[in-house]
Write a protein that binds this ligand. Structure first.
Ligand code: DUR
Ligand code: ZN
Length: 141
């Protein structure tokens, strides 16, 4: 039996709602993410900034960490909500972290106003670095 259709409206709402918990005193750019697990659970995350700017944690990685801490590593979809009228797609670091958990799944990015953008993890990071590359390197060492 195929899994139920992805309820993007519910995911978008969860991503938007969790923006309210973001800690973004430096950029003022609050982001929320809602990650749908294969088992139907939804894990949310928000960005967490730091006075040491390079330590800022994105919403997407925060959602992945929440899921993994709950024992979940298989995902069906992620919705990302950001401010303004242009959808923000995941940064390079988040693309690599999402690609750690194959198979690829759809990514929808929702601005506060305007059109959402839909892509998927594999398209966002073609040629991702992964465990097979590590293995081949080790075998040669
Ligand atoms: O997809 C994105 C893009 C940016 N940010 C965060 C990082 C930083 O806290 C702020 C500005 O870059 O937005 C995310 O959480 N997700
Ligand atoms: Zn990111």
């Amino acid at each position: 039996m195929s899994p139920p259709a992805i309820d993007w409206d519910a995911l978008a709402r969860a991503a938007h709602d969790i923006r309210g918990r973001a800690y973004a005193p430096y950029s003022g750019f609050t982001v929320g993410a809602a990650l749908l697990a294969e088992d139907g659970r939804v894990f949310v995350g928000c960005n967490v900034e730091n006075a040491s700017y390079g330590l800022c944690l994105c919403a997407e990685r925060s959602a992945v960490a929440a899921a993994v801490a709950a024992g979940v590593k298989r995902f069906r979809a992620i919705a990302v909500a950001s401010p303004g009228d242009v959808a923000a797609t995941p940064c390079g670091m988040c693309r690599q972290v999402l690609a750690e958990f194959p198979p690829s799944f759809p990514v929808r990015c929702y601005p506060e106003r305007g059109a959402a953008i839909e892509s998927d993890v594999a398209s966002l990071l073609p040629g991702a670095f992964g465990p097979s590359v590590l293995e081949r390197g080790r075998a040669k060492a």
